[in-house]
Design a protein around this ligand. Sequence first.
Ligand code: SF4
Length: 463
Amino acid sequence: MDLLGSITDFQPYTEQESVAKKRLISLIKQYQHQILDRDCEAGHITCSGMILSPDLQKTLMAYHLIYQSVGWIGGHADGDPDLLSVALREAREETSVKEVYPISGKILSLDALPVPEHEKHGKIVPAHTHYNITYGLIAPENQKIADKPDENKNVQWISIAKIPEYCTESHMIPIYQKIISRMQDIQAQKSKILPEIVTPLLSWYQEHKRDLPWRKDTDPYHVWISEIMLQQTRVEAVKNYYTRFLNALPDVRSLAECPEEKLLKLWEGLGYYNRVRNMQKTAKILMTEHQGKFPENYDKIRALPGIGDYTAGAVCSICFGMPTPAVDGNVLRVMARIREDFRNILDQKLKSGLTAQLAGIYTPENSNSLTQALMELGAVICIPNGKPDCKNCPLQEICMAKANSSTALLPVRMKKSKHKIQKKTVFIFIAGNPEQNPESCRIAIRKRPESGLLAGLWELPNL
Ligand code: SF4
């Protein structure tokens, strides 16, 4: 969103904010982006983050040398119109915390703050006004924190109840308190949202679900095969494979007894051959230990080869009506947007917490449809790459990311480590003379180990 747009969208809560907003909009119109520079004499934009702990009970503040008081963390926009990024950047620079994320993309306060004449880096800075935009930020407490020399000292967590004891700028205390109370409101809204999605999502699903071959029944064998095929492969591509596979291997027994060559042929084109090898191992276990059927028990299904949390959750909820959500990238994306959750969706703890919360809205009656409706919404409406189809979304009235114009920023994915690049020397051994008699030449290939990357496939020898 452009600078003027994001300021215009801010809904003032108080008369003071309303006045500050009008004044800032008129300055933006007059000075355009110069208002982002600290030498704009008419006043300029600064950004702050009210940083709270995840339980909203403590705030991370610093003693500011200019104001000689403990206060929030912030700084000048310095030409950057992405004000949320400025608030995050200042939070990191001024406190050294690494993990900090917004509670919402929404501006929580817009204040015109008078700055007295002061000295900075040996120069006198005349009195001026900061048009300060504030966002609510969350930072886990267990992080290393440090002062930013020349700017602040004593960066510390303090209880929100003790702000008046630490802050000597009395006009700031009500501003801090109003922002904290807005953050509490946002958190309360997030905690209530999940039960509200059930009815609109299920009625949308009944009306709009795609006609897919694996949705014709809830036979666990069928659901399992489709879910394994759909990992890493597009729905359209899976349709034909699924039908052909089931025609050839209609039940657990036929899969368990299928010769490997035939099995790999049926899988040819889907890739990740370990998937089908594990499926056969599972089929054999089902034959020997469970009379050829899936046990109606999440832990037992989860323990079968090649079955992770997602597939176990899908089979148990779709086939057995259990409260076991199947949480994959699609569902994580939908949830991140609905609750405007800026935490890293690649974090395993976030995923398990979300799975447990979603389980709370499952009932034996809705489990099947709810799992499939969440998958469907993520696949066809709340799609990735910042282009969700919000106009056709059944959750558009509820979705916090839509309300706060942050859909393009979500979900947040931060990989811990980068892909490793392996350099290999590859040998081509040819028996015969390819120039004289290419037809009779033979080339050496070898089989890869039975576990690990591209397990059991053939390759040119390499070091
Ligand atoms: S309103 Fe938009 S962002 Fe929100 S859940 Fe629906 S499609 Fe996704």
